[in-house]
Design a protein around this ligand. Structure first.
Ligand SMILES: [Zn+2]
Length: 177
């Protein structure tokens, strides 16, 4: 069940306008408050942080900064990795954040898009493999074994190639360590 909002938008708007008017016309010492907060922060620093050596004070900022840079670099590397060979077939894809999209397969010889054939599934309950065929070369260029017959062919292909891509990514990461 949807909860009813406590206040309607109109009521919130009126309260916001009233609050702004109060802030402007009531003699609230806003500036003094800011100075007080600043003094409090400074006191907190003096009391708790300033006795540590300066490199230890800066360390958290450097750690956060290097983490951000590392994440950016990994993302950049990942977005450059959009092509590879698996099962003797050339695969291309796009990155959408961490997801692989627009997965395509091409003939390693003539670069023609391949189509896949799983017609055996019509005659047997289990599909043992999916063949990738090049029309131009008139040849099966590669096959992917189908061990999971719960998935349909395109799901299985996508899952299998994604697995290969992620495996390669983690391998590369381990190599650069
Ligand atoms: Zn071909």
């Amino acid at each position: 069940m949807r909860k009813k909002s406590f206040l309607s938008y109109e009521a919130k708007l009126i309260i916001a306008i009233l609050a702004v008017l109060l802030l402007i016309f009531l003699p609230i010492p806003l500036y003094d408050n800011i100075i007080e907060i600043k003094n409090d922060l400074f006191l907190f620093y003096e009391k708790n942080i300033s006795h540590y050596p300066i490199w230890l004070q800066i360390l958290p900022f450097i750690l956060i900064l290097s983490l951000v840079i590392a994440i950016k670099l990994i993302k950049k590397n990942r977005s450059k990795y959009v092509e590879d060979n698996f099962y003797n077939i050339k695969w291309t894809w796009d990155w959408h954040k961490n997801d692989i999209t627009n997965l395509q397969c091409y003939c390693p010889i003539c670069d023609e898009p391949l189509y896949y054939d799983d017609t055996t599934s019509k005659f047997t309950i289990e599909v043992s493999k999916i063949d990738f065929i090049c029309d131009k070369c008139q040849k099966v260029m590669g096959s992917i074994a189908n061990e999971n017959n719960k998935l349909n062919s395109s799901q299985l292909v996508k899952k299998e190639i994604q697995r290969q891509i992620y495996r390669k990514l983690t391998q590369d990461k381990n190599l650069t360590k």
